[in-house]
Write a protein that binds this ligand. Sequence first.
Ligand code: DAH
Length: 340
Amino acid sequence: MIEELLKIKQDALERLAAAQSEAELQALQQDVFGKGGQLTSILRTMGQLTAEKRAAIGAAVNETKQELEKHMNEARARYKKKAQELRFLREELDITEPADFALPKGALHPMTQTYRTIRDALVGMGFSMFGGPEIELDDNNFTLLNLPLDHPARDMQDTFFVNEKVVLRTHTSPCEIRALQTLKPPFRLVMPGRVFRVDEVDASHSPVFMQMEGFVVDRNLNIANLKGTLDAFVHAVFGDDVKTRLRPSYFPFTEPSAELDISCTICGGKGCRVCKGTGWIEILGCGITNPHELQNCGLDPKEWTGIAFGLGVDRMTSLKYGISDVRYEYENDARFLKQF
Ligand code: DAH
């Protein structure tokens, strides 16, 4: 009987060593300790033994039982630990794992696209980026640009006053003053940025919009330099077929001043609703820098000349893409932006 016990123990330990799961462990437990189990059967037969043998066998059975239980508990603890490790492994968050869905692709805002096209054309011609603050001195925004306090042209650019001397700039032209005061000519500059005016919001007005200023100071600049520069980036934005013309105008900081018109991008110049039947669309203001502006900044107008232009990036964008309402360009509605 002792031998039988030893064999039971041996078999059980072998099965235990091979077992991989809680289920196998339970089956083993059933086979050894269960109702019809091997150890249980031995205990059942003990009634027939002598008291002496019964005591010896009883002790041996208990010992076997304890030993097997100890091993089983150890195995159980091992499975538990392994299962936990597996779970941790499964639940580990790998933030470097590629997503299994396509991320929606973004695109540049149409105004940014227009701005970059113009900028790149100018940079290609040797222009550098320059800029100024959105909150600007009244002097830079108006007075030094030849718009003294009582000048009627100030009314066209009513603005938000921070105090008597400081305004939200109404155009990017004050960057010209900053350039003249800080850089040594000759220079070619492109100066983009946000500008502000007291305007009611409608299809063609926004109290905040984006402008871009071009400014070149050198010796002997003339209208041909201006026209050539304008044509280069207008063709980059609208294509080579578009025609341009200068139409006399007035700005206090240029003399002579002009508006640049392009042949209508909708009808090609035949005349339609957008160009009001004229075949031409006005796109920017420009001119030869007024000698007063150069003088105001300490430059000798007999030695130095300037060409300048200022355009609304939003307006150029509307014309390029046929956008009928400038508000679309500022509302950032994804349904609108997705089209570009
Ligand atoms: N600053 C003008 C405006 O906001 C635009 C402009 C016109 C800029 C003529 C210029 C220029 O540099 O020469 O309406």
